[in-house]
Design a protein around this ligand. Structure first.
Ligand code: SF4
Length: 441
């Protein structure tokens, strides 16, 4: 792989998908139609700040309140994988799109859309051959050289469909970059004892079960229990849905997870992919939107700035407000019942920090690579400027600022109201954001 390839081309969202969906419909074909007013992040986030305030003594709050997780009775620390995510030193390797389930909110579209993707046996993140990935990891001159990475998560699709790819890469990472912490995601159906042992043997130390995908299937819960005897950490990562809350609290599922020894639960905020990336799996995103808009939704803005290669990284998502409310319902229950599982609020705000931090790391690496012949002090000055810019951006994201007010007014301006409710066209949202905030998508 060309070491000068910039990170978003090397590791960003699948490039080759553009080829297959170029002639498809566009985001202009997607509307939000909901009985409730559509909110901006600023309008919604105040509610979450209140929820945090109610249990603040039992929370770890970092990054100006954007990263939040619960304290536990035995003083657990956040999973090493999540720590690398928050410091922007994480790479998510997408090993393939196919899945044996068809979640209504899947970021990779409907099962049919996923099946329509051509099978490419040794590609990672849809674009790079495994050998190219390995070469980049071993190249000290690449921005995302192995030495700049602290964690790798294997994702999909369902990674257990592509187990050979995972084993191949994990073995390489363990052999040449053993400082990197590795974990794998799964919906849990294809997990077996032998597969887990193979993964453990090549250095994968943590498994995260998306238990909501199968509606808390018994086989998946049994597999989770079995994994506890093999992996160092068995965790749950599932979006915050009403069904998850019902399973964990009403049906007391969280007590079973505690008894099994689950270390951490990541409660993902339900969300679309970035509005400008929806065209890739239009039917899936349309389906997800229809599911979200039964409840109130808000537009989540993540203003990041430009990448090293000059690409605008700012993104906008649609999320149902109920999801993050459920996260705090579950956190409140866990705190009240003294349950020894760490609950992580894996929100869009937390992902904003991850993207921001990752962009900062790329800028730092770029400064160092470009200034190898310069003196240490001038390099340090450049790095300090980058760090100050990042801290300012974190502060701005926490407190409503001019940009947030723009978003509120912009959403109100382009929302049509009639006797059936509120209607907003996502193509119009995108072009209005582009005009008002001078962002090119
Ligand atoms: S299990 Fe994961 S990859 Fe499979 S459909 Fe559900 S969200 Fe998508």
């Amino acid at each position: 792989m060309d070491k000068n390839l910039r990170p978003e081309t090397a590791w960003g969202l699948p490039l080759s998908s553009k080829v297959y969906y170029m002639n498809s419909l566009t985001v202009k074909d997607l509307d939000i139609n909901t009985p409730y007013p559509i909110l901006s992040r600023m309008e919604f986030i105040e509610k979450i700040h209140k929820r945090q305030e109610e249990i603040k003594d039992s929370l770890e709050i970092h990054d100006s309140g954007l990263s939040v997780w619960t304290k536990t009775p035995t003083g657990k620390t956040l999973s090493k994988g999540c720590q690398t995510c928050k410091t922007g030193t994480w790479q998510c390797l997408y090993v393939g799109k196919k899945c044996n389930i068809d979640c209504i909110y899947c970021a990779q579209g409907t099962m049919r859309e996923k099946m329509a993707e051509p099978e490419r046996p040794d590609l990672i993140n849809d674009s790079y051959h495994i050998e190219e990935v390995k070469n980049m990891f071993n190249d000290p001159g690449a921005i995302w050289a192995g030495s700049n990475i602290r964690g790798i998560g294997y994702s999909g699709g369902e990674p257990f469909i592509y187990l050979d790819k995972v084993l191949n890469l994990a073995e390489f990472v363990s052999r040449y970059h053993d400082h990197i912490y590795q974990w794998i995601y799964t919906n849990g159906l294809l997990v077996t004892e032998d597969k887990l042992k193979s993964l453990y043997d090549v250095g994968v130390r943590e498994i995260r079960f998306h238990i909501g995908a199968t509606n808390f299937n018994k086989k998946v819960l049994n597999n989770l229990e079995m994994a506890k005897g093999i992996m160092d950490y068995v965790n749950v990562e599932s979006p915050s849905t009403p069904e998850l809350k019902e399973f964990l609290i009403d049906k007391k599922g969280i007590h079973r997870l505690e008894a099994v020894g689950v270390y951490q639960i990541n409660l993902g905020e339900l969300s679309t992919v970035a509005v400008n990336e929806m065209t890739k799996f239009l039917l899936g995103h349309k389906r997800a939107l229809e599911y979200f808009q039964k409840n109130q939704v808000y537009v989540c803005d993540s203003i990041i700035g430009t990448s090293v290669a000059g690409r605008n990284l700012s993104q906008f998502y649609i999320s149902p407000t109920i999801s993050r409310e459920i996260t705090y319902d579950i956190m409140g229950y866990v705190v009240e019942n003294n349950i020894d599982i760490l609950i992580n609020d894996c929100s869009q705000d937390a992902k904003h920090i991850q993207r921001l931090q990752k962009n900062t790391n790329e800028q730092n690496a770029d400064v160092i690579l470009k200034n190898l012949s310069h003196d240490k002090r001038s390099i340090q000055k450049l790095l300090k400027d980058i760090s100050e810019r990042k801290l300012n951006m974190i502060r701005k994201h926490k407190k409503p600022n001019t940009q947030d007010y723009y978003m509120k007014i912009l959403i109100q301006d382009i929302t049509n109201k009639d006797d059936k409710g509120y209607h907003l066209n996502l193509g119009e949202l995108l072009s209005s954001i582009g005009d008002q905030l001078d962002i090119k998508f």
